[in-house]
Design a protein around this ligand. Sequence first.
Ligand code: ADP
Ligand code: MG
Length: 247
Amino acid sequence: MNVIDASDLTRTYVTGEVSVTALKGVDIAVPEGDFVAIMGPSGSGKSTTMNLLGCLDRPTSGSYKLDGVEVSGMSADQLAEIRNQKIGFVFQGFNLLARTTAMENVELPLLYREKEIPSKERRQRCKDALQSVGLGHRLDHVPTQLSGGEQQRVAIARALVTRPSLLLADEPTGNLDSRTSVEVMRIFQELNEEQNITVLLVTHEPDIAQFAKRIITFKDGRIKSDLTVKERLVAKQVLLNMVDEDE
Ligand code: ADP
Ligand code: MG
């Protein structure tokens, strides 16, 4: 089944007299277990798409089924509920609470479900999530005692702890140096390969996109290309062969 089934999504922003159509009819289907990188120049509609897919915003027109449920017509309250149940977010700036331990930061999204999940199980789930991003030895550290890469891993654990259907990240390595970026991308790759977690992330760095299984490129509010990494390699090889034959 597809986690994401979006068809003909459009989004027009209206501010006063001016309106900007940021998305002009986008189709995206993402099966469970996929790992997608979204690329494209600034202003091409990447964040708008992520906001729609993350149920932070509603399309002007089009259909969006998340886990088989049509969400495009839902109210803000219903969207918040779906978001909390089904989506884990990772942001460029980590968005961790200062003076709050890794464990407590990861526990936050579970506190909405305080009655549902007993505190002992909550703590166990936070520990498991932190272990799955390689931070089992940093449970009681606060953000200032952690490196940038470690902080982003805490944020990934926080996104995972609710067991979402979908992990969404907008430029998750944008504030990290290149070595730390690779470390964080390996975590996404491991979560995807070992736990079959569906990942969709935005990046403007081609090297970062290579960690994904599939790359969707946006241009001017539309999808310009949508290729698996394998297809890209084949296409590249064909081009190289053509150059060889010309010589
Ligand atoms: P990207 O993330 O690819 O840089 P965005 O999705 O943020 O692109 O923006 C796409 C277009 O929509 C841009 O022209 C941008 O200026 C416009 N836009 C984005 N958000 C808003 C908004 N809240 N109000 C008005 N225009 C917006
Ligand atoms: Mg953006």
